[in-house]
Design a protein around this ligand. Structure first.
Ligand SMILES: [Zn+2]
Length: 92
């Protein structure tokens, strides 16, 4: 953990924390005894300077993945547009 860039295509070794960006995610793991005990654990990830310019990290059900910032922005715009359309339909 935190030894290299979180982007598997890059995997640049981490030497200086001042470069790039650190991401912290709250990872919930169910304990193995089956009694519903959940352990919260902070997981740290690092994207190097070059990767953090164009990429970001996103937490999904299956774990943390690297996403293109442009794609993420487009998805958000899409979501906003859909909401606005719904608003217009409701207002008319
Ligand atoms: Zn990188």
């Amino acid at each position: 953990m935190l030894k290299s860039c979180a982007n598997p295509q890059c995997a640049k070794p981490l030497h200086y924390l001042r470069e790039g960006r650190i991401f912290v995610f709250d990872a919930v793991r169910t304990a193995g005894d089956g009694e519903g005990m959940k352990a919260h654990r902070m997981e740290h990830f690092w994207l190097c300077g070059a990767c953090s310019e164009i990429m970001t990290l996103e937490q999904t059900r299956s774990g943390v993945r690297v996403v293109d910032k442009v794609n993420l922005r487009m998805r958000r715009v899409e979501a906003l547009t859909k909401r606005d359309l719904v608003g217009q339909v409701l207002a008319s």
